[in-house]
Design a protein around this ligand. Structure first.
Ligand SMILES: [Zn+2]
Length: 505
């Protein structure tokens, strides 16, 4: 009896197992593939040190989680090794090319393999397959990160005109939002002539040597052209293609924009929402890049308050992506950095006498070192103009510098510190030769010297004015995001995004 019953049960079990095994496969064949979107957020210079600063500030001062922290909780977190071809430090052009193509490439190149041949980017692939594409940045749109997604050049430092022509000529991007109007307008004209919303503080002359007017050209191709936040919002509700350019060069630092009352310039979050409005109307799905590019600049300049505000601005844009993902679960959101910059850290160094404290227990607490109190995070947040803005206003006058530093950072620097911050060598370059070895850009060095002079007050130290080799935290939510766990070179991120998009074909 037992044996006979078993014989009857086994075929039944087998057929159930077969049904279970075949079920999903049959469904996949019968139903059209689910449309998939990918939104890639790149914080330029957003390495582990920058992530720590943002998360610590939000937790300890605002008592909240950053959007990236919530993504760490309910998404998938891993670490990306930003390794280019044959080096251990990467630049933004190579890093973005690697994220855009999945291949390790030479530093400072855009969209070329190590032998110098063009490689297809994820934007080009997406466009070819009928998906919408968008590049959103607070830098000029020809800057290394956005350019690497649609440009193929031996150097990111080729002329802006060359990069712009390369970026626009193939027509594979549907939404451009950012800066860089000076390479879009004919020689001898102002950026504001074609982009009237650009405020005078952000205006500038064309850098072109010809009569090409890309604003007219793209308008003829069906692009809505906007240059302020109101027209951006309006156009986003109906446009299928959108060119929004808000500055002749890159957009200003968030705090400098506020300082100059540039209220018509959209935030990175506003640009992200506008791009999502346009691209989400595409039935075929879309790929979109959002770059928080000024994080890197603030870190090159060793300017911690500006850095914090740029991180918060980037995080607000990430929030828009996550909000969209919640209502469109077929969307993969990836947040990463291209590399760390500056080697930012708070530290417990010899910045003054450690304070003595009588505890309730009667123990006299006397630490051996001076550890930065939590309020140093708030000191950074209260900074309301960049070091570069402050130095420009101070115009090499130490008295003025002391006054402006107090007004814009709340820190009381001494006259000696102000003089140290304004040291120039016989060629008029900031700092000593030793200092400049690690701070190669003269504007950044001037700002970094001020950073050094203020270290005793804010407990902030920096290791360089250039890029660092630290691991880059990487997070994702949506289809394929589980493959972002663990540790990998940044080329893996490309594979994850590409597989997600392909699964939607
Ligand atoms: Zn950089």
């Amino acid at each position: 009896m037992i044996a006979r019953a078993s014989i009857k049960i086994i075929p039944l079990l087998l057929s159930i197992m077969l049904l279970v095994a075949c079920g999903p496969a049959q469904n996949t064949e019968q139903l059209p593939a689910e449309t998939r979107n990918v939104i890639l957020f790149i914080g330029d210079g957003f390495g582990a040190a920058q992530t720590s600063l943002g998360v610590q500030y939000a937790r300890l001062i605002e008592k909240r989680e950053l959007n990236i922290e919530s993504l760490m909780h309910d998404g998938n977190t891993g670490y990306s090794l930003p390794l280019p071809f044959d080096s251990i430090v990467i630049d933004s052009a190579a890093a973005a090319t690697q994220l855009a193509t999945g291949q390790a490439v030479r530093n400072e190149t855009l969209g070329l393999n190590p032998d110098g041949y063009p490689i297809e980017t994820i934007v080009e692939w997406a466009h070819e397959h009928g998906l919408g594409t968008g590049l959103v940045t607070n830098m000029r749109i020809t800057h290394a990160t956005p350019a690497a997604f649609a440009v193929h050049q031996g150097s990111r430092y080729n002329s802006e005109q060359t990069l712009m022509d390369d970026l626009l000529q193939d027509g594979d991007v549907d939404v451009f939002l950012g800066g860089g109007a000076r390479a879009l307008v004919p020689a001898g004209t102002l950026a504001s002539a074609a982009f009237p919303g650009i405020p005078k503080e952000l205006d500038g002359e064309s850098i072109r040597d010809d009569e090409i007017n890309w604003a007219d050209e793209l308008a003829g191709q069906g692009f809505a052209i906007v240059s302020d936040s109101t027209s951006l919002r309006q156009a986003a509700s109906s446009a299928t293609k959108l060119l929004g350019i808000f500055s002749a060069d890159s957009l200003p630092y968030v705090i400098d924009g506020r300082q100059m009352s540039l209220s018509t310039v959209p935030t990175l979050a506003e640009m992200t929402s506008a791009a999502l409005d346009v691209l989400s109307r595409r039935d075929e799905g879309f790929f979109m890049l959002v770059e928080g590019g000024r994080i890197d600049y603030a870190a090159h300049a060793n300017d911690p308050g500006t850095l914090l505000h740029e991180i918060l601005d980037f995080d607000a844009a990430v929030g828009k992506g996550l909000e969209f993902q919640r209502s469109h679960p077929d969307t993969l959101v990836v947040v990463t950095g291209d590399h760390g910059t500056g080697g930012f850290s708070f530290t417990d160094a010899d910045f003054g006498p450690a304070t003595e404290l009588l505890l309730d227990s009667g123990i006299v607490y006397q630490p051996g070192c001076c550890y930065p109190p939590n309020d140093r995070l708030n000191i950074l947040f209260q900074q309301n103009a960049s070091y570069s803005y402050i130095l420009q206003q101070a115009d090499m006058d130490p008295d003025k510098l002391v006054e402006l530093v107090l007004v814009h950072t709340g820190l009381e620097m001494t006259m000696d510190e102000a003089r140290e911050a304004l040291v120039r060598d016989e060629q008029g370059l900031p700092g000593t030769k030793d200092f400049r070895r690690y701070h190669t850009d003269p504007d950044d060095s001037a700002s970094a010297l001020l950073g050094l002079a203020l270290a005793r007050h804010n407990y902030v130290v920096w290791s360089t004015g250039e890029h660092t080799s630290d691991l880059v935290p990487t997070y994702g939510r949506g289809p394929g995001a589980e493959k972002l766990r663990g540790i990998y070179t940044n080329t893996h991120i490309y594979s994850v995004m590409r597989e997600t998009l392909e699964a939607g074909r």
